[in-house]
Design a protein around this ligand. Structure first.
Ligand SMILES: Cc1cc2nc3c(=O)[nH]c(=O)nc-3n(C[C@H](O)[C@H](O)[C@H](O)COP(=O)(O)OP(=O)(O)OC[C@H]3O[C@@H](n4cnc5c(N)ncnc54)[C@H](O)[C@@H]3O)c2cc1C
Ligand code: FES
Length: 251
């Protein structure tokens, strides 16, 4: 982990209210899929914003973000050439065991972005099926990446692109047809992860979920991001996660 003084190469809109920012780092970073960066947006915003690392190409790193509050609003206005401090890579990330050959990715909303990093890391080494869901057609993005998967299904909540369903329903439908993965990797809203946990528990399929919590330091020191584990203990999402075994975390 390092606090890079990164330079923005490109910051562009890729869907309704969703932007992609690419930084050039002073050197190539070693990143595991599912890790994140804590981006200093500057000004009066003392707390950095945690965003999943989506793509790494040499010394260039791309993050995709939805504009939500003041921090991401400010990030959106930053132009190429701007210097920004990015603390990365943070968190544990996703890991696929050698004996797990069939991998299902189930993502919803901004949760699709860390899954792009998984796809890029395991493409050609695993058989990957991706089920991704968006609110509506305007929010659709990242297709050029997911189309590289062995199987790919995109759906929307309102049916304006693909079928009208969420990504967990798309995954469950395929499961019923006999497409059973060895492991499921997922990221998305908590409600979606809860629904997924139910499906995988019934089918006894290992599943790892990436959680999103409000964060402060991003490095395990402030305890802002604590989540509950099923054994009654607690974990820091930034340092012990953000990826957890779905069995071990309370959703
Ligand atoms: C590990 C991780 C990965 C993430 N990856 C992505 C991603 O790839 N793309 C994306 O669009 N969003 C992602 N998020 C959510 C993103 O961090 C928030 O949307 C963002 O911090 C909102 O900042 P803001 O200043 O615009 O909003 P505000 O609401 O003004 O933020 C106020 C404060 O709350 C924190 N905060 C607000 N919402 C969240 C949230 N959902 N999660 C964590 N902290 C929050 C902010 O960091 C800030 O400190 C991720 C969150 C986590 C924890
Ligand atoms: S954000 Fe500070 S401990 Fe996780």
């Amino acid at each position: 982990m390092r606090d890079y003084e990164a330079v923005i190469v490109e910051n562009k809109q890729i869907a309704d209210n969703i932007f992609s920012v690419t930084f050039r780092l002073s050197e190539t970073a070693s990143v595991r899929c599912g890790q994140f960066g804590n981006i200093a947006v500057g000004g009066t915003h003392l707390l950095r914003r945690p965003i999943a690392i989506c793509k790494v190409d040499g010394n260039q790193v791309t993050f995709c973000y939805q504009v939500k509050g003041e921090g991401t609003q400010k990030l959106k206005t930053m132009e190429a050439g701007t210097r920004v401090n990015v603390l990365m890579p943070l968190g544990n990330g996703f890991f696929v065991d050698e004996k797990e050959t069939k991998v299902a990715l189930v993502g919803g909303g901004v949760g699709i972005f860390p899954l792009i990093s998984v796809l890029r890391e395991y493409l050609g080494r695993k058989e990957i099926s991706a089920y991704i869901g968006f609110r509506n057609k305007g929010a659709v993005c990242g297709l050029e990446e997911f189309e590289k998967a062995d199987k790919f299904v995109a759906v929307t909540d309102d049916g304006s692109y693909g079928e009208k369903m969420n990504s967990v329903q798309a995954f469950a439908e395929d499961l019923k047809k006999g497409n059973r993965p060895d492991v499921v990797l997922s990221c998305g809203p908590t409600l979606m992860l809860r629904a997924l946990k139910k499906v995988v528990e019934e089918e006894n399929i290992p599943c790892y979920v990436s959680l999103e919590e409000r964060m402060g330091c991003g490095i395990g020191a402030c305890l802002v991001c604590v989540c509950n584990l099923t054994n009654g203990e607690h974990a820091r999402v930034c340092k012990d996660g953000p990826v957890f075994n779905a069995n071990e975390v309370v959703l």
